[in-house]
Design a protein around this ligand. Sequence first.
Ligand code: CO
Length: 137
Amino acid sequence: MIGRLNHVAIAVPNLEAGVARYRDTLGAQVSAPQALPEHGVTVVFVTLPNTKIELLEALGEGSPIGKFLERNPEGGIHHICYEVSDIRAARDTLSATGLRVLGDGEPKIGAHGNPVLFLHPKDMNGTLVELEEVAAA
Ligand code: CO
């Protein structure tokens, strides 16, 4: 069921500074910022040869990463994202084993225009896990 590692997401207090670090200091290719109001974040993607790094900045009131940044003012690893080929089938299989899916369980459209879901960190060894449906996963 589980496919490739699509990205590791890092919450940052200041997206511009985060971009500068990856682009200018580390010499990586960084996408333009993308506001995702439905997810309460602005994101950029850092493209690496074998995966991506997603930098997340809080967007708007009650951002889901607001509390995380309060606890981790310097930022920190927020979630990891695995690809699946059929997100609803994956959800149903995982739910049947007792794994909790966050929210109402219906996939939302993520930063790549693909359906995504999040699994409860308490069921995943303390790691927030995003599943993204990717056709060739
Ligand atoms: Co993500």
